[in-house]
Design a binder for this molecule. Structure first.
Ligand code: ASP
Length: 351
């Protein structure tokens, strides 16, 4: 009913030419936003984003829309079976089923789309963009998201690679010493499998183009061995991704539940709106997450979070930063000085 009313309203106002004042107001705001732009496009991405920033920059320098550029960038990683945290080859849920989450946000239109718990489709970020462009909605989940993807011609594929299946099986077989699943004898265990026991990973990529227009995408297979149906921060606008074309863009990787409880990416952008440099905005949000982490099972012996959350942000001027609760590795940036890895600054010492 509400949707119909809204559509009717839109039709009526368009027919009467009443859309015009709204459009011209938008135009004024946009003109103001357009006073700020970087001296060169800038792309930032998580540690697994080398190919993403390169692809996105190649497209931005040819004049591509910033959202098309960042999506094309992360599509490379979604298709890569060797990245076990994203798309094809991503680690499955506790039942051995790969469920993917992704969101996209387009600064110039302040439009967004997302999918969650999507199975059998390699490129959830492409489906998220179609949710944005070809529906009146922002988020489609599970079976509905799959039906929507198939309606748009996506083909179902098995996303569980042999490597991911072996890692999952080892996890299952070692989960409970009292159940009926036994791990293989150590000499038969694939050494690759034992190595991989991190639990988080995702790719985020955000960009500002030469006009100062921003966009971002986050895409992931989510928490390893999650409860089926668990949705993380990556497909939730404001949590794992946020873009405001007047200000900047931010995305995140790490413990999604912390971002869901703090709407962290939105908050980073809000701090940037107040004039903070992306680095300071990120650190303030990390402080907020630390303050809000009160549940004992989430605290280490020092009373600090026993998990990490990382952020990647770029503002309209092209200033950028990567930061986390705990210093950890690096992120990718591509600006006028070329593509490079930059260390992620941490709020707290230790891990
Ligand atoms: N943030 C993702 C999630 O919670 C996973 C990650 O980045 O590690 O689903």
């Amino acid at each position: 009913m509400a949707a119909m009313k809204r559509r009717d309203f839109m039709k009526t106002t368009a027919a009467l030419g009443m859309g015009l004042p709204l459009l011209s107001l938008g135009g004024v705001a946009e003109a103001k936003e357009r006073n700020v732009k970087p001296d060169h496009p800038v792309v930032v991405s998580s540690a697994n984003g080398e190919r993403a920033v390169k692809k996105a920059m190649e497209m931005l320098t040819k004049g591509a829309d910033p959202l098309d550029a960042v999506i094309a960038g992360v599509n490379i990683v979604e298709a890569d079976p060797n990245d076990i945290t994203v798309g094809y080859g991503g680690l499955p849920n506790e039942e051995g089923v790969v469920q993917l989450d992704s969101s996209v946000m387009h600064g110039p239109t302040h439009n967004a789309g997302a999918v969650a718990a999507l199975e059998n489709i390699k490129h959830p970020s492409k489906v998220a963009k179609l949710v944005m462009e070809r529906t009146d909605h922002v988020l489609l989940v599970g079976k509905g998201a799959l039906k929507f993807a198939k309606a748009h011609g996506f083909k179902e594929e098995n996303l569980l690679t042999e490597r991911a299946r072996k890692i999952w099986l080892y996890w299952k077989e070692t989960l409970n010493p009292n159940d009926d699943w036994f791990p293989p004898p150590p000499e038969e265990l694939d050494p690759e499998v034992r190595k991989i026991f991190q639990v988080h990973g995702t790719i985020n990529c955000c960009a500002v183009d030469a006009n100062g227009d921003l966009a971002g995408v986050t895409t992931t297979s989510g928490l390893f061995f999650k409860i089926p149906g668990r949705v993380g921060d990556s497909p939730i606008i404001g949590a794992g991704l946020y873009v405001d074309n007047a200000v900047g863009a931010c995305g995140s990787t790490g413990r999604g539940e912390a971002n869901l409880k703090n709407l962290s990416s939105f908050l980073v952008v809000e701090y940037m709106r107040q004039g903070l440099h992306p680095q300071d905005a990120i650190m303030k949000v990390c402080e907020r997450i630390v303050e809000h982490t009160k549940l004992p099972y989430l605290l280490n012996k020092r009373g600090k979070p026993n998990f990490n959350v990382k952020f990647y942000a770029v503002n309209k001027k092209g200033e950028f930063a990567g930061g986390a609760i705990y210093e950890s590795g690096s992120f990718w940036v591509y600006d006028k000085n070329g593509p490079r890895e930059v260390p992620i600054k941490g709020l707290l010492k230790g891990s």
